[in-house]
Design a binder for this molecule. Structure first.
Ligand SMILES: Nc1ncnc2c1ncn2[C@@H]1O[C@H](COP(=O)(O)OP(=O)(O)OP(=O)(O)O)[C@@H](O)[C@H]1O
Ligand SMILES: [Mg+2]
Length: 315
C-alpha cells in the first residue's frame, strides 16, 4: 500500500466577482493530479509559484476539499477517514502560524494533546534538541525570530511521530545552519522509515535529498521520475560564462541568467561551438568561460519553458 495516493485530484477555485465580470468561471489550481508516494520515499514536489503545490498539500491534510478526485494516506481517505489519515501525517505549513500566548514547550504539549498523547516530554525534548531549540523551550512564541518559529512548526508537526512528514517550503528564509540541522534530522527520520514529501524552490536541496520528483506546472504533473532519471534525460552539459552585454534573442530564450552569469545547455561539443560563435557574433565580451554538468535546476527550467497550459476554466 502506498504511503500517499493522489487519484485524479482536481481543484477549481471559484472566480471572484471581478473575475466573473471578466468572463472567468474560476481558476483550475489542480488538474487530474495522479501519483503515489511509496512508504520510505523522500519525494520532491516542485513547481513555480502558483503551480498548485500548497493546494495539493492542503487537500492531503484535509484542510481543503478537492473539486473531484481523492487522496489516501496509508489507505485512509483524507475526507471519509479524516481522523485516521490526519494522525498519519505531520504537516509543516508554508505560512508561519502560531499561538502567541504560549511558550515553545507549552505549544508542543498542547499539540500532543490534540492527538491524545500525554507524557510526551521525552520526545518533545528530543525534538527541541534536534532542531536547535533547547535553549528556547521556555521562550514565548512572540519572542522568537522567523527562523526559530519555523523550527517550532517543524517540531509541532512531529510531536505525534507521524509516519508521513510533509514539508511545504521548510527552508524559505531560513539560514544555512538551520537548513543543515533540519536536513540532518529529516534525513535521519527518513532512514528510520518515515516517508517525506517536500516542496522547495531550492533545487539543489531537492536534487540532494529526493529519490523521486514530481514537477507541477499550472496544476498539472508534467514530469514524474527518479531524480537520477530526470538528470540523465537533460542536456548533459552547461556552458557558463560572465558578460555585461545583452544576449541575442536566440540565446536568451534558453539561458539561465543570474546577474552577470549566463548558463546555456549544450548536449555536445558541436553545440558548445555554436553557442560560442553566436556570442562572438553578437559582439559580447565574455569572461570565466567554463563547462559543468547539468543539474536539477537546468532540468526544471527546460521543462517549465515548454508549452503553456490554460489556467482559466472556460464557461
Ligand atoms: N484560497 C484560494 N482562492 C483562490 N485561489 C487560490 C486560493 N489558494 C490558492 N489559489 C490559487 O491557486 C493557484 C495555486 O496556488 P498554490 O498556493 O497551491 O501554489 P504553490 O505551488 O504552493 O505556489 P508557491 O510556490 O508560491 O507557494 C494560484 O494561482 C493561486 O493564486
Ligand atoms: Mg505554496
Amino acid at each position: 500500500m502506498p504511503a500517499v495516493s493522489f487519484q485524479s485530484v482536481t481543484k477549481t477555485y471559484p472566480a471572484s466577482r471581478q473575475q466573473r465580470a471578466q468572463g472567468s468561471a474560476g481558476l483550475r489550481a489542480l488538474d487530474q493530479v495522479t501519483f503515489d508516494i511509496e512508504e520510505g520515499e523522500f519525494f520532491g514536489l516542485l513547481g513555480p509559484n502558483g503551480a498548485g503545490k500548497t493546494t495539493l498539500i492542503s487537500i492531503l491534510a484535509g484542510l481543503s476539499r478537492p473539486s473531484s478526485g481523492s487522496v489516501r494516506v496509508h489507505g485512509f481517505d483524507v475526507q471519509a477517514d479524516f481522523a485516521q489519515a490526519r494522525r498519519k501525517l505531520g504537516v509543516v505549513p508554508q505560512e508561519l502560524v502560531f499561538d502567541p500566548f504560549f511558550n515553545v514547550r507549552e505549544s508542543l504539549r498542547i499539540q500532543s494533546g490534540y492527538f491524545g498523547i500525554r507524557n510526551n516530554d521525552a520526545w518533545i525534548d528530543e525534538l527541541l534538541q534536534s532542531l536547535g531549540l533547547a535553549d528556547k523551550a521556555e521562550a514565548n512564541m512572540r519572542q522568537l525570530s522567523g527562523g526559530m518559529k519555523r523550527r517550532v512548526l517543524v517540531a509541532q508537526a512531529l510531536v505525534h511521530k507521524p509516519p508521513v512528514i510533509v514539508l511545504d517550503e521548510p527552508t524559505a528564509g531560513v539560514d544555512v545552519e538551520l537548513r543543515q540541522t533540519l536536513w540532518h534530522f529529516v534525513a535521519k527520520l527518513n532512514k528510520q522509515g518515515s516517508t517525506v514529501l517536500l516542496t522547495t524552490h531550492y533545487l539543489e536541496e531537492a536534487e540532494a535529498l529526493c529519490n523521486r520528483i514530481a514537477m507541477l506546472k499550472q496544476g498539472r504533473v508534467i514530469a514524474l521520475d527518479r531524480t537520477s532519471e530526470l538528470l540523465r534525460a537533460a542536456a548533459s552539459n552547461v556552458l557558463r560564462f560572465k558578460t555585461d552585454g545583452a544576449l541575442p534573442a536566440a540565446l536568451a530564450g534558453q539561458a539561465r541568467v543570474t546577474g552577470r552569469i549566463v548558463q546555456l545547455p549544450a548536449h555536445n561539443a558541436h553545440e558548445v561551438e555554436q553557442l560560442l560563435a553566436a556570442v562572438r557574433q553578437a559582439g559580447l565580451a565574455v569572461e570565466d568561460v567554463e563547462m559543468r554538468k547539468a543539474d536539477l535546476e537546468d532540468v526544471f527550467i527546460d521543462l517549465m519553458a515548454g508549452e503553456q497550459t490554460p489556467l482559466e476554466v472556460a464557461r
